[in-house]
Design a protein around this ligand. Sequence first.
Ligand code: GLU
Length: 482
Amino acid sequence: MKKYRLRYAPSPTGYLHIGNTRTALMDYLFAKHYNGDFIVRIEDTDTARNVEDAIESQFSNLNWLGIIADESIFNPGDSKYGKYIQSEKLDVYREHAQTLINNKFAYKCFCTSEELEKDYEAQVARGIVATKYSGKCANLDSETIAKLEAAQTEYSIRFKVPANGVWTINDLVRGQVTFEAKDLGDFVIIKSNGIATYNFAVVIDDHDMEITHVVRGEEHISNTPRQMMIFDAFNWAYPEFCHLTLIVDATGKKLSKRSGNALFFIEQYRNQGYLPEAMFNYIALLGWSPPGEQEILSKQELIDLFDERRFSKSPSTFDMVKMKWINSQYMKKLTDEEYLSFIKPFIDQTRFDLTNKPEQWINHVLLLFKKEVEFGMQINDHLDIFFNDIEVDQETRDQLAELENYQNLITIFKDKITNLTIWDVEAIKTVIKEAGAEADVKGKNLFMPIRIYASKSQHGPSLADVIFLLGKTTVLKNINSF
Ligand code: GLU
């Protein structure tokens, strides 16, 4: 069997986001499942749209996620595969375009953009929605061409769409999709600035790199017949095509920065404290599903289970709640040491002063929330009571008002705490128990008043731990503040 070779081909027009990560990840799983190669190729021919550090961001975030390229600009494969960035291949595209001109599959088009604009406007005025090139330069005689060239008239190179062809994509996701040539105008393959267009460069590259499967987003399906025509013109075999369905948000809109999806870029999740393994896992479930019920799956399990027949045919919804849940599952699996070194950088030190706090104390505080936090930044929602002199909020006051007869309990508790000589969690547990027995209260009527008086908050983790960590002075100060 031929070695599978799949590529993720980002244009450096922006940073790595959920949508293109899903494409990269499916290409990766597909390749790895069949012991094939995963290639990252940079498609930077749309020079006006290129963004300065987009390439860096793409690789840094792919590497962070564990989507590692076997071949890329940083580790190119055999030289027969060509360059891994299109701007270094412009000559190759021009040579190929010349071959197509020689074989009458393409021609030079001398129309100016003003002329084209006017023609398209006229078509619209006639009620044509899908405007296309008129074909004006398709049959210029050699004398005219020579004259125009002698005058150094700018030209682009257009591919001549065969008059009555029909192209059928056997798409791995959508099955057969048919396009008729009559709906497509002759399209530009080399722009007047000498740079190849996407539809042309992509075919040369997929051929040169011996790509076996093209897995990409469904927005490219309408480009596919044009690419197939070019494959045909060179008499090259097509790769398999696989167009992944859209990712939409909870409102059904395509997930994008523009549609107001605040967390769209991988970098943002990284900064929020998501784990790369969890993101890999969740994104693998967008538009693809494993057999069976199990949804928490490691990278290796996903590679093993991958099956190209299990791509979804309908859009997939990006579900933030599920993403968080999956992340929390991975956080729970961390060892205490791993959790501590992961979570510490997310502590907002402008709110919580870590200086002069013993390491052991900080670790104890943080570990209380290991089972609770869903992502790194969430740790900041829990730390106030340990670091700051907080105000008792209205909710807590209301809660207190609902409880009965706690004055006696608090007096007993305060007395016991004051006299406690061994300050550890076990001793504090005993104090709480004894205070409950003496005041004759239990359950919520025991724990809630003590929690509120000791920590000034009705929420928090294990009560004895909270009291222990606050320390006797602070606990007594809190009790006295009521
Ligand atoms: N450069 C294209 C994009 O970023 C990828 C197209 C393809 O995979 O063929 O959308």
